[in-house]
Design a protein around this ligand. Structure first.
Ligand SMILES: [Zn+2]
Ligand SMILES: [Zn+2]
Length: 274
C-alpha cells in the first residue's frame, strides 16, 4: 500500500500545476473580488512573484529536506518508533492516523506563527498579499519553509508516519490550500458544505483580513475541525467587505521579490487581536 502512496509523490507537482492552471482559469471566468479586472499586467506581475517564491522554496525543500524526511521515516518504520507504530495498527488506520496527526501539527505550527514574534517575522510575508488569489498559496518566506521543514523531522519521529503517507498528506494539503486561497466565485452554499470538512475560501478570506482579530483565526489548512475544537473558527457575514494584507507592508518596495525576502528583517508588529 505504501508503494501506492509513494506513487502519489511523483504526481505531486503535476497535480499542483494542473490545479493552479484550472483555478487561474476559474478566477478569470468568475472572480470573487474584481481587483485584477482590466489589470492583466498587474495580475501577471503579482502571480509571477508569488509563484517564483513557491518554486524557489520547492526546490530548496526537494534538494535538502525530502532526503532527511525519507531517512527519518525509514528509520522509524524499521525500528517501530513513533506513536502510530506502537499499536500494530491495520494499514488503513495507520494511514488515517498519520493524516490526522500531521494536520494537527500543521494547525498548531500555523498558530505558533501568529503568536510567536520571531515566527511572525517570516509568516507575515504570506499575509502581506493585498490581492489574495490562488498564487498566494505559494507565497511563503524561505525562512518559514526551512523552519517548518526542520521541525517536521522530530514530528515524523513522534508520529511514526511513512514517507508515502507524508506524500499523500502534502498533496491533499496543497490541493486544499490552492482552493481556499483562490479568488473564485464559489456560492455561499457550496462554501458552507465544503467547510464542514475542510478549510474553505470563506474561512481563509477571514484569515487574510487586515483586521487583526480576524487574522488570528481560521488557522487550519486542511481539516476545519481543528478551528472548531480549539475555538479559532470565525466567519464574516459579508466576505466581500474583507480587505486583505497588513497595514505595515503596503509600500511598493515591500511588495517586490527582494522586499519580500527582506521583510523579516524590518520592523515587526506581531498580530495582536483587538
Ligand atoms: Zn497565517
Ligand atoms: Zn493563506
Amino acid at each position: 500500500m505504501d508503494a501506492l502512496f509513494h506513487a502519489v509523490s511523483g504526481w505531486r507537482w503535476p497535480i499542483a500545476v494542473s490545479m493552479l492552471f484550472l483555478l487561474l482559469v476559474w478566477e478569470s471566468a468568475s472572480p470573487y473580488f474584481l481587483f485584477f479586472l482590466k489589470k492583466g499586467k498587474e495580475r501577471v506581475r503579482h502571480g509571477g512573484r508569488n509563484v517564483f517564491l513557491g518554486l524557489f522554496n520547492g526546490l530548496v525543500v526537494a534538494a535538502v529536506f525530502v532526503g532527511l524526511w525519507a531517512k527519518m521515516t525509514d528509520w522509524t518504520t524499521a525500528h517501530g518508533y513513533g506513536l502510530l507504530n506502537l499499536a500494530g495498527l491495520p494499514l488503513w488506520l495507520h494511514f488515517a492516523g498519520a493524516i490526522l496527526l500531521l494536520d494537527f501539527w500543521t494547525y498548531w505550527w500555523h498558530r505558533f506563527n501568529h503568536t510567536l514574534p520571531f515566527l511572525w517575522r517570516f509568516h507575515k510575508v504570506h499575509h502581506s498579499d493585498p490581492f489574495m488569489d490562488v498564487t498566494t498559496a505559494n507565497r511563503f518566506h524561505l525562512g518559514e519553509i526551512v523552519l517548518s521543514s526542520l521541525l517536521r523531522i522530530p514530528v515524523l519521529f513522534l508520529v511514526g508516519a511513512t514517507l508515502g503517507e507524508l506524500a499523500v498528506y502534502e498533496t491533499l494539503l496543497f490541493a486544499n490550500t490552492q482552493i481556499h486561497h483562490a479568488n473564485i466565485g464559489l456560492s455561499a452554499r457550496a462554501d458552507k458544505i465544503l467547510r464542514i470538512f475542510v478549510a474553505s475560501p470563506d474561512m481563509h478570506k477571514v484569515h487574510h483580513s487586515r483586521w487583526l482579530s480576524e487574522t488570528n483565526s481560521n488557522y487550519t489548512s486542511l481539516f476545519s475541525a481543528w478551528d472548531r475544537i480549539f475555538r479559532s473558527f470565525k466567519l464574516r457575514a459579508n466576505p466581500h467587505e474583507i480587505s486583505f494584507g497588513l497595514d505595515d507592508t503596503d509600500e511598493p518596495d515591500q511588495q517586490t521579490i527582494s522586499g519580500l525576502f527582506r521583510m523579516p528583517t524590518g520592523k515587526n508588529n506581531p498580530p495582536k487581536s483587538t
